[in-house]
Ligand binder design. Structure first.
Ligand code: NA7
Length: 529
């Protein structure tokens, strides 16, 4: 059995950065990664049209000033291949590959004595004092629970398992199932070349324009000169984006001013329309109705067929209460003669067939089927590994009634297990949270080294207090009243049918302040031995 000081599961951005930091502590580290390369989300999600919705320069790593100057993003919202190249470049620069084992899917991680024993799909076993999960909040992809999926002989893929060689849609009959952020990006790209595209939409989402464009040379110089200020701003905003809520309430301005502000936001690149809106947009139903009505009017103006426009306007939730897919001419796709929209709520898909699929209404013939059906969010990736803590306690059992954590990074009963993007950490512009969490875990390990401590575990009373805070933060959010991965719902997964408080919805600065407080107080919330 191989021995390490720390095992990291996953070589996405969090696993990569954690490896860099743990090396600095002089630890012997091994990263196990199921894929054949680094990049995590950006390794797996190669579907057509995959790209950032965060401004590229606000998304990259901030810890290496030299890298910031060396790397030039080509677009304001970079496409997936560029992001993957960027992460491969980081891996090359820091020679990360020598500590990463690829094609290494972790099947189980058991706390045995004072070590974590990790077993891979190939049956090999490895152990380490520390276990760090870098498995991502949106990595456990889910196919729909529809009979006959195996019977379709043509190319058919979940968007998060897209083939490296890509797929040619030219002249093909293509189905896309799902209209979340991924489906929207996929649809607008596939529609460009497909002979015929049929979109199966169960729930429409409120989408807003991304306004992507290339970064000019002058902008590039400005971006590079401005990095320290830009990252400082991301550290101050609610969700680590460059955008943050407008301090005004929706009804504190006149109707004309409100309309002008919405127009301004709609014309702005990126998430401004979502996270830069009036402060009460997602807590006050009347305020939410205003912005929802504005976006509905935009959809009606952009989609020629009024019947299709109504199908695309959400009726069961307001704007921004689910993840807002960002789009580039998405609505105009439905004006194309080669594109058809099917209401999968009215006429659900009943079966995938050898020639396509059937709904309650009719049979469809396809050459290619694309499943843009999302992920078992936040805790799904944990469920897929048999994790057992002290006294053989399965994590699935400990979290049967919902995840319980201390600052999202530790769990009672699971000593020396640190979760980089566990449930109840601040998310938003995720790399900003990754960097913070990696540095917090690294500081804890440094503290343990300095004090000759070998074991850290969350105290039950500290977990209870943190969970009470998590619950408190979620009170009054309109997003609580909607099914989505925000509320832990995935209709394709057993046990994920009802809404729970699945995520931390306080501000990132408040989250970090609490974590800083734990560190500054000498980790009293942890049992250290
Ligand atoms: P999402 O946002 O969870 O979207 C999944 C989509 O798939 C959504 O439209 C679902 O409809 C649809 N879906 C799932 N199962 C079915 C079945 N059986 N029939 C029809 N339609 C179905 O996942 P994404 O990948 O788009 O985005 C996830 C996150 O990744 C995103 O928030 C970004 O942060 C990046 P539903 O809404 O459940 O009715």
């Amino acid at each position: 059995m191989a021995d390490f000081d720390a095992i990291i599961i996953g070589a996405g951005m969090s696993g990569m950065y954690q490896l860099i930091r743990l090396r600095e502590l002089g630890l012997r580290v091994r990263v196990f990664e199921a894929g054949t390369g680094v990049g995590g989300t950006w390794y797996w999600n190669r579907y057509p049209g995959a790209r950032f919705d965060s401004e590229s320069y606000s998304y990259g790593f901030s810890f290496d000033p030299e890298l910031l100057q060396e790397w030039s993003w080509s677009e304001h919202f970079a496409p997936q291949p560029e992001t993957l190249r960027y992460l491969e470049r980081v891996a090359g620069k820091y020679d990360l590959h020598r500590d990463i084992q690829f094609n290494a899917e972790v099947k189980s991680a058991h706390r045995t004595g004072d070590a974590w024993r990790v077993t891979l799909a190939d049956g090999s076993t490895h152990q380490a004092r520390f276990l760090i999960t870098a498995i991502g909040p949106l990595s456990a992809h889910t196919l729909p629970r529809i009979e006959g999926i195996e019977s379709f002989p043509g190319p058919s893929f979940h968007t998060a398992r897209w083939p490296k060689d890509g797929i040619d849609f030219k002249g093909k009959r293509v189905a896309v199932i799902g209209t979340g952020a991924t489906g929207v990006q996929t649809i607008q790209e596939v529609a460009k070349t497909a002979g015929h595209l049929t979109v199966f939409q169960r729930t429409p989402n409120w989408c807003a324009p991304l306004h992507n464009r290339p970064i000019t040379e002058a902008e590039q110089r400005r971006i590079k000169a401005d990095y320290p200020q830009m990252f400082r701003r991301c550290a101050e905003t609610f969700a680590c984006f460059i955008h943050t809520a407008d301090p005004r309430g929706t009804f504190e301005v006149t109707k004309a001013e409100r309309e002008a502000f919405y127009e301004e936001l709609y014309a702005l690149p990126g998430f401004g329309i979502w996270v830069g809106n009036f402060r009460d947009s997602y807590t006050d139903p009347a305020a939410n109705a205003e912005i929802s009505d504005f976006i509905a009017r935009k959809i009606r103006a952009r989609v020629k067929d009024p019947r299709i426009a109504e199908m695309l306007i959400p009726k069961n939730h307001g704007f921004g209460t689910r993840r807002v897919p960002m789009e580039t001419r998405y609505y105009e796709v439905y004006n194309q003669p080669n594109v058809e929209l099917v209401d999968s709520k009215a006429t659900p898909i009943t079966r995938i067939t050898p020639t396509g699929l059937s709904t309650t209404e009719r049979d469809f013939a396809f050459d290619i089927i694309i499943y843009a059906t999302g992920f078992d969010g936040l805790t799904g990736a944990f469920d897929r590994i048999d994790i057992r803590g002290r006294d053989g306690l399965p994590l699935r059992q400990a979290w049967a009634e919902g995840a319980r954590t201390l600052v999202g990074m530790l769990a009672e009963g699971f000593p020396n297990m640190f979760m980089l993007l566990g449930p109840h950490t601040a998310l938003g512009n995720i790399p900003r949270s990754i960097e913070y969490n990696v540095e917090w875990v690294t500081a804890l390990l440094r503290h343990m080294q300095a004090h000759h401590l070998t074991e850290a575990e969350a105290r039950p009373e500290a977990v209870a207090e943190w969970m009470a805070h998590v619950m408190e933060c979620s009170i009054g959010l309109l997003s609580n009243e909607v099914d989505s991965w925000f509320t832990g719902v995935n209709k394709n997964v057993e046990g994920r049918q009802t809404r729970v408080v699945a995520r931390y919805s306080g501000s990132a600065p408040a989250y970090r302040a609490r974590c800083d407080e734990v560190a500054a107080g000498g980790y009293r919330e942890l049992r250290l031995a």
